[in-house]
Design a protein around this ligand. Structure first.
Ligand code: 13P
Ligand code: SF4
Length: 380
């Protein structure tokens, strides 16, 4: 699809907070009024109204990750979820245009699964420290070093890395993917902490990479113990990208959607979601009786996506995500193989008494936390 002149010339969106806009967006305001300051609404509402109109004109679907801000998550998204759900929804959509409100690897995954469709990300600079921690060349070297050992990579990787992979996984299905392989040893890349978590739940030998999520690695077991000392009834639920001392303090470990499911199922009086900051706001909308303790670690990449950029993306059809066809074809095999594996939640199971430590084979990536740019050297 190309931006035609009619659409390009239609740039003067009326972004005033008129009575018509107020009425048309009243449903959203009712949902988010508990988590957004009222003073912001006259700015958000006209953008939400315009985005909804452009979505229809474009036959577009907006997919939003659980870490998007409430005005995006509750205001304009058609489908929301964790990385696995977004991949599944991208595979199923009948829309002509997919706008992915999340980070670049998610938009690439949507494109890999929909080569005929136009996939847009409102800001192509929305990266990921995990995806930046490993390259296709690294995987090729690892395959030489560990011949015959299957390669599982987290979806938080580039298309080039997925193309070198046997099967992808997300934090929802990592254990099920590893268990599905007919091998006692598995290369599990690039998240060291997710690898350690999986290693603690399986008898297979896990060989891991030293990549980290710059958001989750900042949490510490000490800060969680302090929260618990203040209120022993507090429930702690954590994402498996967190370091092991954090997961040791958690009552539940799971993907972002599994964490949301936990709050819905258990309705804790008070909970701390040990993950990106916006999740608690998004979940609080549906659970006004639950008190959320909010240690606020923001993902700077997720936060590049804003309502003005989404509108711009729909009007001007940018930033388009492309993947070289041969790379896409090979990456698609790894993603589709993952999607075919039945999903079981990554629940906090009975952790083995003496978990086998994963073999760590990489050099520590040096990551600039603002840009997410990795300065890793070649594998020696
Ligand atoms: P999930 O939503 O798949 O749990 O992933 C979390 C994350 O960090 C995505 O970037
Ligand atoms: Fe990557 Fe972590 Fe941001 Fe997710 S939260 S996109 S893993 S840096």
């Amino acid at each position: 699809m190309k931006a035609d002149d009619t659409l390009r010339s239609d740039r003067s969106e009326n972004l005033e907070f008129t009575p018509e806009v107020k009425a048309a967006t009243a449903d959203v305001w009712e949902r988010v009024r508990g988590v957004l300051p009222e003073i912001e609404w006259p700015v958000h509402a006209p953008l939400i109204h315009a985005i909804r109109q452009w979505k229809q004109r474009r036959n577009a679907v907006i997919l939003a990750h659980n870490y998007q801000t409430p005005e995006i998550f509750h205001g304009v998204a058609d489908l929301t979820g964790d990385s696995l759900a977004l991949a599944q929804q991208a595979a199923d959509t009948e829309a002509d245009l997919i706008v992915l409100c999340g980070v670049h690897f998610m938009a690439e995954t949507a494109k890999i699964l929909n080569p005929e469709k136009t996939v847009l990300i409102p800001d192509r600079r929305a990266g990921c420290s995990l995806a930046d921690s490993i390259t296709g060349a690294d995987i090729r070297l690892l395959k030489e070093r560990y011949p015959g050992v299957p390669v599982v990579t987290y979806v938080n990787t580039s298309a080039e890395v997925k193309a070198e992979t046997d099967v992808c996984c997300t934090s929802s299905n990592a254990l099920a993917v590893v268990e599905s392989l007919d091998s006692d040893r598995v290369l599990f890349l690039p998240d060291e902490y997710l690898a350690r978590w999986v290693a603690s739940q399986t008898d297979k030998e896990i060989i891991a990479w030293k990549g980290h999520c710059e958001v989750h690695e900042r949490f510490t077991g000490d800060e969680l113990r302090r929260y618990r000392e203040n209120d022993p009834g507090l429930q702690i639920i954590a994402h498996p990208e967190c370091p092991p001392d954090v997961l040791d303090e958690a009552d539940f470990v799971g993907s972002t959607s599994a964490m949301i499911g936990y709050v819905g199922d258990h309705k804790p009086r008070k909970v701390v979601m040990v993950t990106e900051c916006s999740m608690s706001d998004n979940v609080a909308v549906a659970h006004p009786d639950v008190e959320f303790v909010r240690p606020c670690n923001l993902c700077p990449h997720m936060k590049r996506i804003t309502l003005p950029k989404i509108l711009d993306s729909l009007i001007h059809l940018r930033d388009e995500v492309t993947v070289e066809p041969d790379v896409a074809k090979r990456a698609r095999r790894a993603v589709e193989r993952m999607l075919a594996i039945p999903t079981h939640g990554l629940h906090r199971g009975s952790r083995s008494e003496s978990p086998v430590e994963p073999e760590l084979i990489a050099r520590a990536p040096v990551t600039d936390s603002l840009t997410g740019l990795s300065t890793t050297g070649p594998l020696s």
